[in-house]
Design a protein around this ligand. Structure first.
Ligand code: TMP
Length: 214
């Protein structure tokens, strides 16, 4: 967990949003950023893979270029290394909050759970890239893969390399996310994403208020 540092501004908070494609996290993320900004909090919104100029270029490759699963895992962490160095760490140190669409839990879910990457390789990459940092709070949007797939299809957009995966892949990704949540119950809150957006939004507001704004 992040420590308060000894400078003038207290260290910012790091909040991440996770879930399978189509779980509905991105619109809720925007609402959370707006909520924090309305409270006068200096907050940055970002995403992974991406968040920096280099990270966005890596994102293009990751979403569209076929590659070996270990290449995929290492590129996810390469983009993350850059993101941490160029944006996340400086923001948190200056007291700004960072709300990020996906972080390393996604690599555990998609590359270990979905693709079958060896766990010790994931553990080694995570320990290399961010040995002392985890999000202060992670909101995991949990939804049945059938419902999520229907939502992705309804957007009408061209599916990327991940969105083209079949149901079995997302069943494994979802299970890996839930396993990770069981191992870090204080940090990862599971949100039932099969409810009306206003209900989910109210839940998140309550969680964020209780955790950080009370
Ligand atoms: P997005 O559609 O939520 O922006 O995420 C892009 C895709 O990248 C999504 O299908 C999940 C995938 N992904 C991974 O496979 N591993 C990761 O570490 C991250 C951050 C994303």
């Amino acid at each position: 967990m992040n420590q308060q540092h000894s400078g003038t501004a207290p260290r910012g908070r790091f909040i991440t949003f996770e879930g399978i494609d189509g779980a509905g996290k991105s619109s809720q993320l925007a609402a959370t950023v707006a909520l924090l900004a309305a409270r006068g909090i200096d907050v940055e919104q970002s995403r992974e893979p991406g968040g920096t100029a280099l990270g966005e270029r890596l994102r293009e490759l990751l979403l569209h270029e076929p590659m070996h699963l270990e290449t995929e895992a290492m590129l996810m962490f390469a983009a993350r290394r850059e993101h941490l160095a160029a944006r996340i760490e400086p923001a948190l140190a200056a007291g700004r909050w960072v709300v990020c669409d996906r972080f390393s839990d996604a690599t555990f879910a998609y590359q270990v759970g979905g693709r079958g990457l060896a766990r010790d390789k994931f553990d080694a990459l995570e320990a290399w890239v961010h040995p002392n940092l985890q999000p202060d709070l992670t909101l995991l949007f949990d939804l049945a893969p059938e419902i999520a797939a229907a939502r992705v299809a309804a957007t009408g957009a061209d599916p990327d390399r991940f969105e083209r995966e079949q149901r079995d892949f997302f069943v494994r990704v979802r299970a890996a996310y839930l396993e990770r949540a069981r191992r870090a119950p204080q940090r990862i809150c599971v949100i039932d994403a099969d409810r009306p957006p206003e209900t989910i939004r109210a839940d998140i507001e309550r969680l964020v208020r209780e955790r950080f704004l009370a």
